[in-house]
Design a protein around this ligand. Structure first.
Ligand code: THU
Length: 133
């Protein structure tokens, strides 16, 4: 379980990252803060594109930033939206690749927690690298 200081650190970072969202089409700003096993934080925001399908979600921005910097062990992620919206299926799957047991925290724009629980509750029986063996 997360201690309260860590939870608040993650939530604050997700809210801050949300301020940097580039969302001129949906106007739905998302911020994410991803905690590594070593205690480092990687943040991300959604980055939309005029070719809508090229849009990248906040959670994947954070994961790709972390992995490209050498981090692969993740313990928690906070996601901030105006209404505590849930991660999309693609982001659930991308998180699952590295951290099936990661704690997911969903907060609204005031930082109010609407959900806190394991990714496996959001993505039961997800596709694992082992399935390719
Ligand atoms: N979005 C995210 O950043 N994360 C999600 O998991 C759900 C959706 C973004 C994508 C798009 O920029 C906007 O929210 C509306 O779909």
């Amino acid at each position: 379980m997360l201690d309260d200081a860590t939870r608040q650190r993650l939530i604050a970072a997700a809210l801050q990252a949300r301020q940097r969202a580039y969302a001129p089409y949906s106007h739905y700003s998302v911020g994410a803060a991803l905690l590594t096993a070593e205690g480092a934080l990687f943040t991300g925001c959604n980055v939309e594109n005029a070719s809508y399908g090229a849009t990248i979600c906040a959670e994947r921005t954070a994961v790709v930033k972390a992995v490209s910097e050498g981090a692969r062990k993740f313990t928690a992620i906070a996601v901030a939206t105006r209404n505590a919206g849930s991660p999309c299926g693609i982001c659930r799957q991308v998180l699952y690749e590295f951290a099936p047991e990661i704690t997911v925290i969903l907060v609204d724009e005031a930082g109010q927690v609407a959900y806190e629980g394991p990714l496996t509750d959001l993505l039961p029986r997800g596709f694992r690298p082992e399935h390719l063996a």
